[in-house]
Ligand binder design. Structure first.
Ligand SMILES: [Ca+2]
Ligand SMILES: [Ca+2]
Length: 357
């Protein structure tokens, strides 16, 4: 869903203006000089995920009854071996992101205006900072025939402090996942925290929670003994949310049971950015040991703006549903890009284990 028609060009513009303009490419880790104090502090809110091997991806046969529509193939299943790593117990929260902003003065991509000189043909109203928010359709939508643009809207004034636009805030959402961020924002936070974004393989391995070859972190059935195990959309998306899980949008982190590693909300709540770029067919040639993703196809917008690359987000969100997007499956992948900020996407971080070989 991530590039919107005419507005896509503006987002691309924004990336050129503000992206790749600092030293965030140097990702710190325990081997790269993060001080010991920060390392020890980080460990307290992270889970040690043991190294090991697993089968990444899904056999298409298993997906015959699933509405796979992500645009990113999750096959063939292939073997992956990973070193141990620490992972944030939860998605990064608004409170945690605020601490970063307070200390650094960081301004996220969705808070910055677009430059007229980069998009000389844009109307002034199209240059206002914005992020993607779902606008409930006025009439019933058939997801099989209607474009997702009929319910997604680039919303002026939507950013991490105003998840659904100027009329919303986070005063009662400090323990909710931070949203409306672009890739560079997540990367900047991780750098500040002495962490890094997980690779896609690390994310999936962690999400599986030590459960072998399962569809969800808790097994192969969406409900566990009749219990909803994650924040997603119940009902006919995007028309009716029956809200059986009691969360129409984000939920406070830890609202649902953790997986086998003690990690929360990998499935559902908000999509999570990972470090990898998306390359079609990458699973067929992925190295076995610690894969880091392919080379993302460039997205070009009618000759305007910079080139951005396809990326991957993981885990699904409060907008995923059985009938449309089952992104809460552990192997499910969704295409994204460097710069799109939306109100159902956040992230969590990982950190290398000192002296791991
Ligand atoms: Ca929900
Ligand atoms: Ca999540």
């Amino acid at each position: 869903m991530y590039m919107l028609k005419k507005t896509a060009a503006l987002l691309v513009c924004s990336s050129l203006m503000f992206g790749c303009n600092n030293d965030q490419n140097s990702e710190p880790n325990s081997k790269g000089g993060v001080d010991d104090v920060k390392y020890e502090q980080n460990i307290k809110s992270m889970v040690l995920v043991p190294g090991g091997s697993f089968t990444m991806g899904t056999d298409p046969e298993q997906l015959k009854d699933q509405p796979v529509r992500s645009g990113a193939e999750e096959w063939p299943p292939h073997s992956v071996i990973l070193k141990p790593f620490y992972m944030d117990t939860t998605e990064v929260t608004n409170a945690e992101f605020k601490a970063f902003v307070d200390e650094t003065g960081y301004v996220t991509l969705a808070e910055r205006p677009f430059k007229k000189e980069d998009y000389p043909n844009a109307k002034p109203e199209d240059l206002v900072p914005a992020a993607f928010v779902m606008a409930s359709p006025k009439t019933n939508v058939d997801v099989k025939s209607e474009s997702h643009w009929s319910w997604w809207k680039l919303t002026n004034g939507a950013n991490w402090k105003h998840p659904e636009g100027p009329g919303s805030d986070i005063s009662d959402k400090w323990d909710h996942p931070v949203v409306n961020l672009a890739y560079e924002d997540a990367k900047a936070y991780a750098h500040w925290a002495g962490k890094r974004l997980p690779t896609e393989a690390e994310w999936e391995y962690a999400a599986r929670g030590g459960v072998k070859d399962a569809m969800y972190p808790w097994g192969n059935e969406l409900l566990l003994n009749g219990t909803i195990m994650a924040n997603y959309w119940q009902g006919d998306f995007p028309n009716t949310n029956t809200n059986e899980d009691k969360f129409l949008t984000t939920a406070p982190v830890k609202s649902f049971s953790p997986n086998g590693y003690g990690l929360y909300d990998l499935a559902g709540n908000v999509w999570e950015m990972v470090a990898d770029e998306y390359e079609k067919g990458y699973y067929s040639k992925s190295p076995i040991e610690s894969p880091t993703g392919g080379i993302g196809q460039s997205i070009v917008n009618k000759g305007e703006g910079p080139i951005v690359r396809q990326r991957i987000i993981r885990g699904g969100s409060f907008l995923c549903s059985e009938g449309y997007c089952t992104g809460y499956r552990v192997a499910a992948r969704q295409l994204s890009d460097d710069i799109s900020a939306s109100y159902h996407t956040g992230f969590r971080c990982v950190m290398d284990v000192k002296d791991s070989k």
